[in-house]
Design a protein around this ligand. Sequence first.
Ligand code: NAD
Ligand code: WQD
Length: 337
Amino acid sequence: MNILVTGGAGYIGSHTCVELLSESHGLSVDQLIIIDNFSNSKPDMLEKVRAIAGRDFIFIEGDIRDPGKMNALFDTYAIDAVIHFAGLKAVGESTQKPLAYYDNNLTGSLVLFETMQSHGVKRIVFSSSATVYGMSNPMPLREEYPVSATNPYGYTKLVIERMLMDLAQADPGWSISLLRYFNPIGAHPSGLIGEDPNGIPNNLLPYVAKVAAGKLPALPVYGDDYDTPDGTGVRDYIHVMDLAGGHIAALEYVMRNRGVEAVNLGTGHGTSVLSIIRAFEKACGHAIPYTVTGRRPGDIGTCYADTEKARRLYGFEARRTLEEMCADGWRFAKERY
Ligand code: NAD
Ligand code: WQD
């Protein structure tokens, strides 16, 4: 089987490619083809994927918005299924540069889906996000709850989900997984690949790791007056290697079934910001300075997944502990940051 991965040099893509190349699952991947334009990643991540997997893959440097490049790719390789990670993902930046987000995420997805359609490739696993649940649903979040968005990034995920649902409606030959990730953290246990954002991180874990590595002075804790056990925000953190395993399970599912399914990938458990700090302190062996500031606009107090559908459809369950997430994240960060 030949798999195309868009955005495979990125954080989640690189870990998923390691899993795809490993022999530890029921899929037989003959050729793995990765396309990435390195807009938010570096070429050395791909070298490390090669080193960890001990297997080669085909890499194409390019932009998925380029129809000529995408047509040539699908003409050259007999692709069976696509895992589509490529996109811009920073919520705050999307409010500053909305057109860049609409162009990259929507145009990129449209060109990809059109190229797939014209080449008769109808199996896809798409990186959606828990952000599509908006701010007013009860917890745990279930896939059938209403979706909404509060920022351009979230709208791009909603529209891409819609495009794929409409495609499945128009042509029952399509087989589509919309994976709604919760909060992926951690790194491959080798410490070779992980999350390496440019500049000051937006997300909690890379920020904590940069403080732990002495690159930033203190973590801002965005509010301690939420209705949560310690007042700080609660999220469903999932180890990126578990998330990678979720993609393998979703791919196995789309190879066997038709239609479209939205599926949460999380652990089903919430962890507070202060609990994350304590767990990371254990991993790195020293205190992590922090200052409680005001709430971050657009944040909710608590967010975690209902994981029943992933278990029922994919037989998928996240297994790695918070301790492993922090230990693996720190192993990568202390070398890289
Ligand atoms: P990432 O930025 O590390 O990876 C995305 C990759 O896509 C990068 O390597 C980037 O260079 C590439 N890319 C972007 N636009 C491209 C284009 N037009 N053509 C070719 N390559 C392009 O992000 P990630 O954390 O690995 O996230 C992967 C996907 O999962 C994204 O779609 C993101 O929106 C989604 N997601 C991420 C999270 C998270 O917290 N990390 C949560 C939910 C959903
Ligand atoms: C986690 C918790 C913050 C930074 C975002 C996107 C979502 C998805 C995952 C893509 C919250 C608190 C954070 C800091 C803090 N991405 N925090 N200090 O907001 O749950 O989700 O990433 O699809 O769409 O919105 O993740 O890591 O930013 O925040 O106290 O410096 O940590 O308030 O409670 P979030 P996060």
